[in-house]
Design a protein around this ligand. Sequence first.
Ligand code: 1ZZ
Length: 579
Amino acid sequence: MSTSPEPAVPLPTTVTLLDGLFTYAAERHPAQLIGSTDPARALPFARLEHDGVAVAAALLERGVRRGTPVVFPAGDAADFFPVLNAIVSVGAIAVPVSARAGRNPASAARLRHIVEDCEAALILADDDAVPVLREVLPDVPTHPLSALLAAARTTGVPATAPPGLRPADRNPEDLALIQYTSGSTSRPRGVALTHRNVLAALRIIPAALRPHATDVISHWLPLSHDLGLFGTLASLGCGIRICLSQPRDFIKQPDAWLAASCEAGATILVGPDFFYQYLVEAVPADEVTRYDLSGVRMALNGAEPIDPAGLDLFARHFAPAGFRREAQLPCYGLAEATLPVSFDSPLRPPAVDWVDRAALNDALKAVPAGTGGRGIVNCGTPAPGVEVRVTAEGETLPERSVGEIEIRGEAVTAGYYRESEPSARPGGWRGTGDLGYFADGCLHITGRSKEILILAGQNHYPQDIEDAVREAPGLFRRSAVAVVLPADPGAGLPERIGVFAEVASEGPHTATVTAIRRTAAEVLGGASVDVVLLPALGISRTTSGKFQRLLMRKRLLEGTLDNALAHITAAEVLTAPGT
Ligand code: 1ZZ
């Protein structure tokens, strides 16, 4: 007789402050590891707690107090989690930034904005970044993280808890963390998250996914992004095994990452849509059977628009490795909700709603159509504890009407750090900036409202054009984004669509440009199209890998797009190779 697997134990409600999570995890599973694909870097939960208390004492010595924002790099888990534990346990505010923060001009500008915006009192950095950051941000003390950790690890835990560590001095409404958004242009905004918000999210995620005690989660997502950070903390909270890698290791050797995940017995994978496509490219069809994915129960896919064709491709490609389509689990979330909003059911294959494009774009209605329509992946029902509605001008819309998605609940932020304008709406609802609709109680995301293309009074989703042009020959990983360009009377050009496309080789690119123009014009019913060719990875992406359409448009219009290989305007006639 088969017995059903033991469920993972959810975080008890008695944990009211985030540092309580680390204490709880250390007491329940002292020997359990926050794993790494490098076993030498794996960290037992007990050490996480021990090192955290010691680092906390060192932070207090450096003047860090309740409410002080501390900026620190989200690198290796073995360093990151003790420091996070230390910061929150002294009542300070954790501001995790990318492990590579400050090392190139764009990232230095982003970091400077973050440090100034939150008025950070201290920056912790990896050894090689310290001199760079001291130069870029001379007014804020920068300390080497390794020295702090090494000192804490050799001196051990203080016999008595230093003042400032007493939870009684703090409350669940204190800020625990500022999560900077990636920003569709370049200004990140600090989502202010209280201990209450974070702990609510850490209860909501397992309530939606119902992990088993024997589950193993494997991912490579940066801990500076909400998906990597709160996905890991939620796993820590319910005591399941965690196997983590660095993003750069995954990007360099996705096949090695997959092998290590199989080796670790991964049952839960998490990542954005591109992660799954990347694995398909990384593992040739005749090598798929080297991997065993039969144990994968959930392959969570969120953070980006989900391509129905990509879901199908992944499922078919990895079927010989035992991967089951039912494991694919589309989900939707955002930093403003700490992370979770909706999840598809773990018990069925992903569902796609095929809708009429014209009705979706013009009448804002999701009218069922055949597979010739636009396929929108079902992102499931709101997670327990998250309220979701779809609105237009403050009115809740019925099913199959497209409007802005609004959210409310204990895990939803009260606002952006130090922004005086209240950003919540009446009734405590918060806008997400995402457009979508409900069908049979399930949420479907159609796009971001800021990115909708309005051309000659007609609405178009960038995805419609991008999906069509992706098949053009010569594109690097089917990467292209679409924006609206303003009229240029000087060049005799009306308002038109601009397609930024990454090309795989040096050229000539005549066939690529011709195909992009033709397919985009077909979707748009004859509009004119500029094509901007870029090298592989030339389209700006956020730190979590999302395309930054609006930033690309801004850079083109400002004349700062210095990596463009060619800009072929709609007026240009293609005659010879060389474009
Ligand atoms: P961020 C074990 N977006 O990306 C843990 N989902 O946050 C599991 N667009 O603030 C937890 N379709 O950076 C799983 N399905 O960006 C949690 O991203 C679920 O435009 C996934 O506003 C969480 C992703 C977190 C994240 C948020 C923006 C959204 C939206 C876009 C996210 C999407 C999606 C289309 C989806």
